[in-house]
Design a protein around this ligand. Sequence first.
Ligand code: CA
Length: 405
Amino acid sequence: MSMRTDFGNKMLLPAAAALILLSCGSCGGSPSSAGDDGLPAPISGEFPEKGVVHWKSFLSWDEGSIAEAARSRMAIFPIQICLSDAGGEIIGRMKEINPEMKIVGYQGLLAVSELYPDSAWVRENIPYELDYYYLVRDRWAFTTTGDTLSIWPGSIFLNPLTGGTADAGMMEELVGLIERYRDGHESRLDGIMHDYFMEQPYVNPELSGVVEGDIDLDGDGIPIGDDPGERAEFLRWQIEYAALIRDRLGPDFIQVGNGRVPQDNAELAGNINGIFYELYPNMCWSITDRAGFQKLLANQADGWLAKAFGRTWSIVTNDAIEYNNYFCMISSLLTGCMYTELYGNASFTGWELELDPGLPVSELIVEGRPDSVMTYRRFFSNGEARISFASYGGRISTQFIEETR
Ligand SMILES: [Ca+2]
């Protein structure tokens, strides 16, 4: 792939077209209020805690979708949609129903989408997208052979190093853009989700043979995989970027991070407020269900993540295997996280699982040993959440046992 040409003809795919906003045929009616769809009004302290994950447009949504989404504590939508007029209208309706709901904008970390060719349309409809594009247009990363670096189809990777060290100026500009938009749209953006923090860029297999050359962000001719100093600066930039957002947008501007680094690196974790567990419990690392659960538990311990609005904002998700949605829900009850239900690719289609556990009345109880059976239990006012793992790390049972008094 080579796209080192001038703006205007370099963009191949209309990635932004996928983000075309709702035509809003359903927007003319009166705002729905909690309860008129028959759903219980969300109240603070309701369990299990739901989080919406929807990295798409609102085109497929109707009044019912808005009401269902509003039953959540947090919703993650593409940041440029949160900051668009049409997206803001829908977010406003959700917040009318549930004023405590927090809106988090999804943004690819160190990535920029290939631009929709009609920049006038983008300016009119998703202006953040265009401003972000212009801001980073001179920051593309290139490989050792001068090819444009892409690690995900439809996007271009950015180089956060200058002269071999973390580029503080670039960081300032990126945070400044978020700050400027947030300040103009305070009610629509309560935080940001970074997808994702990484030790080094990993080129998606779909691009193997498309991207030529090796990744070499400091330009010394040594690929990043063989260059510990380059990897250290690359990680340093990410940690300082999260710290700068926290500093400039305040400790209650929620930051949720995807990737392995927030799960393993205390310094980064201490600058953000939640972890996005993608493909929980195994993530993409071939770990056992038990290891995934234990990692989730360890990450929620005091002192790992920073709090925003007095709590942490982790969410367990799985969009590939339906039976994991229930495991996500019970895991969330045991560990104090949010869960979501996905039946497909990061697209919210409503809630199918229903459970009324009441309020937690105990801490987590751990029984057994790793070489036999381990059971995790937590009592709620209406029963007990419980997961048991076998010695090999697989699940034996995932349950909510209702009290039958
Ligand atoms: Ca290098």
